[in-house]
Design a protein around this ligand. Structure first.
Ligand code: COA
Length: 398
């Protein structure tokens, strides 16, 4: 039967939910209309049908991602799901190709996602491009933390906090490569805590909002065990606010046993508790990025102001053919341009350019692995200078 792809309609909501549950859940959760209407708008959900039946779906969040101190418009692909009996015949690939075209039309020059299945996305031009540094620690390790200096108050979040929380998220994320910039519909519930299911707290000092903690609990394995805490957001403008929020977690010891939280190596926590107490959480997520519009992506990010470089590239992109061919990459005075033409000396696939673009991959390593070819030492050094920076990471999951 012929496969057709279209955007979702209002009467598809329940069927799309059911398909997601079939693909991802051990026990299907009931459809929640209010929750569904608070998620992606219908024109950002794509579905594949065979006759009347929906056999595949995905959604694209309207987001941004910070690279070089600038907000790059990003489409966040999530919830890619195909009915079990329709798998292995190109349904997901067809949906993904359509999503790439739609993102290009909307000016979302890059796309990122959290892969369950690297192969599907790697084949379609995404490549591993950053970490989601989720760590687990025994809650007891937080109990000896010092009290914060100065006067920081902590209280539950309210709806009225949302604008200040969004500002706080932008402020702490913009200098962190790979961090997200939330779009308008990236749920209030994620930032305030889902009432009745999660807890949300803000830190305040001198009448100003200085931190946010959103956390959920998971049941103990048996009725004598501890519950565990998963931190969904931990934002703080200074150490005092971070300590004040960590105390909210520590105060749950010993009823809660462990806490899982996203913490990059450069954050305060490893030094505060001692690095040996933090263990990578077992899911080991990374994120993958695709350059949807390579020229647009190069122009959108920031670069170190003292880097000047020119590299003649040849890009291969069989899925988004507008990116294919020889291009000259020029970077000067903090701005980058990618223009068609030139000698096409350095040959690489679009996914490899994505992993360089975010600062995740080293050009020397890619060349050693034969994934970048034709580059001489000057080309590799130039690519290294252009994309160098701290390792990209993300604090949000979607
Ligand atoms: C992953 C999923 C969406 C793939 O859907 P699909 O329609 O079968 O995918 P396609 O037929 O377009 O596959 C394209 C390529 O992806 C790769 N791929 C697809 N499913 C795979 C799997 N389960 N394991 C490894 N590789 C896989 C294959 O290389 C495949 O090409 P090939 O068949 O020529 O070898 C589907 O299996 C699914 O819904 N799984 C459960 C939910 C899930 O994991 N979603 C992804 C979330 S990030």
């Amino acid at each position: 039967m012929a496969l057709q792809v279209r955007t979702a309609r209002d009467d598809d909501r329940q069927a799309l939910h059911d398909l997601s549950q079939l693909a991802f859940a051990a026990r299907p959760a009931p459809y929640d209309d209010a929750n569904d209407r608070g998620a992606n708008p219908l024109d950002r959900r794509l579905l594949a049908t065979e006759g009347e039946r929906i056999v595949g779906r995905l959604a694209v969040w309207e987001l941004g991602q910070w690279f070089g101190g600038r907000r790059v418009p990003m489409g966040g692909v999530s919830g890619v799901a195909v009915a079990p009996d329709a798998r292995g015949r190109g349904v997901a690939s067809t949906l993904v190709h359509e999503a790439i075209r739609a993102m290009r039309d909307r000016g979302e020059v890059v796309s990122s996602l959290y892969p369950m299945n690297h192969t599907l996305y790697r084949r379609n031009g995404w490549e591993v491009a950053g970490s989601y540094p989720e760590q687990r620690l025994d809650l007891r390790a937080l109990t000896p933390l010092p009290r914060p200096d100065g006067q920081v108050d902590v209280r539950p979040t309210t709806e009225a906090d949302l604008p200040a929380i969004r500002e706080l998220h932008e402020a702490v994320s913009r200098e962190e490569p790979g961090n997200l910039s939330h779009g308008p519909e990236f749920g209030a519930r994620r930032l305030l805590g889902h009432p009745g299911i999660q807890e949300g707290y803000v830190a305040e000092a001198n009448g100003r909002l200085t931190g946010l903690l959103v956390a959920s609990r998971t049941d103990p394995a048996d009725d004598r065990g501890f519950y565990t805490i998963t931190v969904l957001q931990l934002l703080a403008v200074d150490l005092a606010s971070e300590l004040a929020l960590l105390r909210v977690l520590a105060a749950q010891y010993p009823v809660a046993g462990t806490v899982t939280l996203v913490t990059p190596p450069q954050s305060a926590l490893p030094m505060l508790v001692g690095e040996r107490d933090l263990r990578p959480a077992d899911r080991g997520w990374c994120w993958m990025t695709r350059l949807v519009d390579a020229a647009g992506a190069i122009a959108a990010r920031g670069y170190a102001p003292d880097v000047t470089a020119e590299v003649h590239l040849h890009l291969d992109d069989p899925v988004a053919r507008w990116n294919t061919g020889p291009h000259v990459l020029r970077v000067k005075d903090g701005a980058g341009h990618l223009e068609p033409g030139g000698r096409g000396d350095v040959r690489l696939g679009i996914g490899r350019l994505a992993s360089l673009y975010t600062g995740w991959a080293s050009p020397h390593r890619l060349a050693r692995l034969g994934l970048v070819t034709g580059a001489d030492a000057a080309d590799l050094a130039a690519l290294d200078r252009v994309f160098a920076g701290r390792l990209p990471w993300s604090r949000d999951f979607f």
